[in-house]
Design a protein around this ligand. Structure first.
Ligand code: CS2
Length: 493
């Protein structure tokens, strides 16, 4: 039987495999990370690994999951070690990461997590809990006070389930113990993510106790970040590749692309690792970077995901092999998104967009359209609808955005173009499906029914015919002629 990756097998790896060049067990926890999934492991944990290797020993990560024990169960027997596979078309480069030193699962023992977050040496609590993990209303960015997890955490604040509940209870205890609050570092793809999370978390604190609400709003730092690295779900082929190249097994490696970007608002009152020496950009204002990335990368991604899936493409690179899709994304970025952006200082938009197309075309990454299609109700507002609002304000057309939105509508009906089931994963999936079933297959009824979901579209867009008409027309084309035809047709404009 092949041995497993762990501290005791680290020295046996082939010489060409990159690995932690530091005393892994001798590092101290300085960051608690909530949401220890593949994205964190391929992104922030790699920057931290670089800083640990450079001698900043105080910043190792304790990774916690607020839901499933999978990652802990996979990584604990490996002493927290795992492999990042960096895939480009000509090479696959494995690197073993050592920055995750401890793993916890909150539902098993919420007290252990709260205790860890109370350690004075922990000065950052970072998060990748996905858009829906903040229990907010995506259209308004406000806490959903009727969310079941929020109701639970207000009734049982000492055993919280939600990210806001965990943060607030940990911050309350630190305050009571006279320990400075940690910095809350959101690494999810939300608009103005620091501000949004501050709003949601301080509202939750206020509901527990107005004075605690004031404390969180005024005395806790919530820097904004822009995070970027494409990280498809791990496959068994990734595991086999690791076993072949490393000579040991790794239960849960992660696969990613060579590109990585992290732009961070430099506001850490109690300190931070020198992330800038690991390639991150520390800036005063993250918002232009964030809008550029959410609207160009993620907006294109979601558009490609819904249309690509409907047209029968399994991955983003398969979708990009069809020239009409490339023209569509080009047009979306150049004609509809770019005019809405404030260009970040020093950024070169033209080469940024070219590099996005090249990244989407990377055939070494099998990034499934189905994976990106998940949780659309939480993603559309910041990826496509904000852009649509800016365009409408400027009196400009939105045909490509409308096609993306219509493709989402077609997708959430739950039946593909051949009549087969679509496994729609979304917190609103059931409601969307029953709205679609009640409306039936005519765009003139289906579009208004779905536009009426205010958590997604707000109160303005459903009442603006400059938005609703192109969406309904695009949906009619999708329903009668299919996605491949619709993409050809719009891309020709
Ligand atoms: C993707 C993102 O799954 C998705 O919704 O659009 O995860 C995307 O790959 C990352 O944001 C890239 O940085």
């Amino acid at each position: 039987m092949t041995a497993r990756l762990s501290l005791s097998t680290l020295d046996d790896l082939p010489a060409d495999i990159a690995r932690p060049g530091y005393d892994v067990a001798g590092q101290k926890i300085g960051i608690v990370h909530l949401g220890i999934g593949a994205f964190h492991r391929a992104h922030q944990a790699v920057y931290v690994d670089d800083r640990l290797a450079a001698g900043e020993r105080d910043w190792a990560i304790l990774g916690a999951s607020l839901r499933s024990p999978d990652t802990r169960d996979a990584l604990r027997p490996q002493d927290g070690l795992y492999t990042v596979l960096v895939r480009s078309s000509d090479a696959i480069r494995p690197r073993v990461i050592g920055s995750i030193r401890e793993l916890l699962v909150a539902p098993d023992n919420p007290e252990a997590l709260l205790k860890a977050m109370g350690d004075p040496n922990v000065r950052i609590v970072s998060l990748t809990v996905t858009e829906k993990g903040y229990c907010h209303d995506p259209a308004t960015g406000q806490l959903r006070e009727d969310h079941p997890d929020i109701l639970h955490d207000l009734s049982f604040p000492l055993t919280p389930k939600s990210a806001p509940g965990v943060l607030v209870e940990a911050l309350r205890r630190r305050r009571e113990d006279g320990i400075a609050p940690f910095t809350v570092l959101c690494c999810d793809n939300l608009p103005s993510n620091g501000k949004t999370v501050r709003r949601v978390v301080s509202r939750f604190a206020e509901l527990r106790d107005p004075d605690l609400g004031r404390f969180v709003a005024e005395e806790v730092a919530f820097p904004s970040t822009m995070v970027d690295r494409i990280v498809p779900a791990t496959t068994d082929a990734d595991r086999e590749l690791v076993a072949e190249r490393l000579g040991v097994t790794d239960s849960w490696p992660v696969s990613t692309e060579p590109f990585s970007q992290w732009v961070i608002e430099d506001h850490f009152p109690t300190g931070r690792p020198r992330f800038e020496l690991a390639g991150a950009e520390l800036v005063a204002d993250v918002e232009p970077y964030e809008a550029m990335k959410l609207r160009l990368l993620n907006g294109s991604h979601s558009t490609l995901a819904y249309l690509g899936y409907l047209a029968g493409h399994e991955t983003i690179s398969d979708t990009m092999a069809a020239p009409a899709f490339v023209r569509l994304v080009r047009g979306l970025m150049d004609e509809e998104v770019t005019p809405t952006l404030r260009v970040p200082p020093g950024a070169d938009l033209a080469s940024y967009k070219n590099s996005l197309l090249a990244r989407f075309e990377n055939t070494a990454l099998r990034h499934r359209t189905w994976q990106i299609a998940m949780d659309g109700s939480q993603k559309l507002p910041q990826r496509l609808l904000g852009t649509a609002r800016d365009r409408l304000k400027a009196g400009a057309p939105i045909d490509r955005i409308a096609l993306g939105v219509a493709a989402w509508m077609r997708y959430v009906t739950g039946k593909d173009e051949k009549g087969a089931e679509i496994d729609v994963r979304d917190p609103l999936a059931e409601r969307l499906r029953s709205l679609a079933n009640a409306a039936g297959p005519e765009a003139s009824r289906l579009a208004p029914a779905l536009l009426d979901v205010r958590e997604i579209f707000g109160d303005d867009l459903p009442n603006d015919p400059r938005f609703t008409t192109p969406v309904q027309n695009a949906l009619a084309t999708l329903l009668s002629k299919g996605a491949a035809y619709a993409v050809e047709h719009v891309a020709r404009m």
